[in-house]
Design a protein around this ligand. Structure first.
Ligand SMILES: *Cc1c(COP(=O)(O)O)cnc(C)c1O
Length: 425
């Protein structure tokens, strides 16, 4: 499609966008009486309009029913989390029984390591991408030390080539082959938070398993952003937060995937709690753990219902739209943003460099060569909410659920004015 850098053209794209009405389902911060241009759905998704009512429902049940809310609320709390299962499974390409929602992301990665990181003999190493999200690095290194291993030796980090800003799949596969006999686990981010790259999860999963390693994916930047087929790919486990593209609210719960072939395995160690038992026997208060026949077996505590409420509201929107329609809009919207960036770059003779490779979701990470923090501050003052990473990268993630093509056009105009105001363009 030929794009044009005009408001009329952007409006025409919005008019033909089947997802455009969903913008109304989200609450935008206001700047100068207008919705901000929101590029940080990769950090904290906007609040779905239905979130407050979902929370209020729990508050009212708590007020009116108190402890009886566990069983007598319209949506009883003791099975509340089960309503999240099917919509969440659809988002990550899983069977419903392979998915549960619990705790928060880093906590869940640690818990899953108990089951899937089993260093033995020479096979102790963990492979990840270099400069993984800091929490993942801390998690992996502390796990290695917990097992008496030295991260300097046992953590294999796949590097980008000098001068390049993305990883090459063959380099990942080669690193796997190189450490073949010593690899216990491959755990990587499915979409890298910094450059927005989507890893070839299917090929990497297959290669790692062929080498005899378990494979886990941190899908914090992937869930709700890119197509995932965790079941079909045979991934051993995965976890993701829900407050980024899944719009569940700050610090909210995490999704977990455990492949069907691992469910019910008695040889797999796991840390256990009462919410991991079959619900039919849970309240018999028996001394022996009677595992739920699904990913719920990894649950520990009775879940925080007030957190799950806004997540449920958000997942209902995903159910209505479906990942396929979301993908289709996402590809077009991000392509339009890329076009706008290149137009502005040309018009003001600037030097943007998009470091996100073609294997991408909605995020574009852009090096602003010759521009610095002042330009970013200008954008923020004009109601463009983006994200700055040192040294001079801005990350722009137009979430297809609520961002419009006119947003992209308006952003381009603001960006151009910002650069010209500095007397550069
Ligand atoms: C956002 C993010 C996290 C955050 O972890 P929490 O435990 O939810 O604070 C972890 N890992 C990655 C890759 C992320 O993008």
């Amino acid at each position: 499609m030929e794009f044009q850098n005009t408001e009329a053209f952007a409006r025409s794209l919005d008019r033909e966008d089947p997802l455009a009405p969903f913008r109304e389902e989200f609450l935008f911060p206001q700047e100068g009486g207008k919705d901000v241009i929101y590029f940080t759905g990769n950090s904290l998704g906007l609040q779905p309009r239905g979130a407050r009512a979902a929370v209020d429902e729990v508050m009212q049940d708590w007020e009116a029913l108190a402890v009886e809310g566990h069983f007598k609320a319209d949506r009883p709390w003791w099975t509340y989390h089960e309503a999240l299962r099917a919509p969440m499974a659809a988002i990550v390409g899983a069977m419903p029984e392979e998915v549960t929602v619990m705790n928060t992301l880093t906590v869940n990665l640690h818990l899953l390591m108990v089951s899937f990181y089993r260093p033995r003999g020479k096979r102790v190493k963990i492979l990840c991408e270099e400069k993984a999200f800091p929490s993942d690095q801390y998690m992996l290194k502390s796990q290695l030390r917990f097992h008496g291993l030295d991260p300097a030796e046992a953590l294999v980090e796949v590097r980008k080539r000098p001068g390049e800003h993305h990883w090459r799949t063959p380099d990942v596969l080669e690193a796997i082959a190189q450490h073949k006999d010593e690899l216990a686990l491959v755990l990587m981010g499915g979409v890298n938070y910094y450059n927005g790259q989507v890893f070839d999860m299917e090929s990497i999963t297959r290669a790692a398993q062929d080498a005899g390693a378990a494979v886990g994916w941190d899908l914090a930047h992937a869930a709700g952003n890119v197509p995932l087929k965790l079941h079909e790919w045979g991934v051993d486990f995965a976890a993701w937060c829900t407050y980024k593209y899944l719009n569940s609210g700050p610090g909210n719960a995490s999704g977990v995937f455990i492949h069907q072939r691992h469910l019910g395995r008695e040889d797999l160690p796991r840390f256990e709690g009462w919410w991991g038992t079959r619900r039919e026997t849970r309240f018999l208060m028996e001394p022996e753990f009677d595992a739920a026949p699904c990913a719920d077996a990894w649950q520990l505590s009775n879940p925080p219902i007030l957190s799950l409420a806004p997540l449920l509201a958000s997942l209902k929107l995903f159910e209505q739209v479906g990942m396929e329609a979301l993908q289709a809009k996402s590809r077009k919207l991000t392509a339009y943003l890329e076009f706008i960036l290149k137009e502005v770059d040309r018009e003001v003779d600037s030097t943007f460099e998009i470091i996100t490779p073609p294997a991408r979701g909605c995020q574009l990470s852009v090096f602003l060569h010759g521009e610095g923090r002042p330009l970013f501050d200008y954008l923020m003052a004009q109601g463009v909410i983006a994200d700055w990473r040192e040294p001079n990268v801005i990350r722009l993630a137009p979430a297809p659920f609520y961002c419009s093509f006119v947003d992209m056009y308006r952003f381009g105009q603001i960006l151009k004015t910002g650069i010209q105001a500095k007397g550069k363009g």
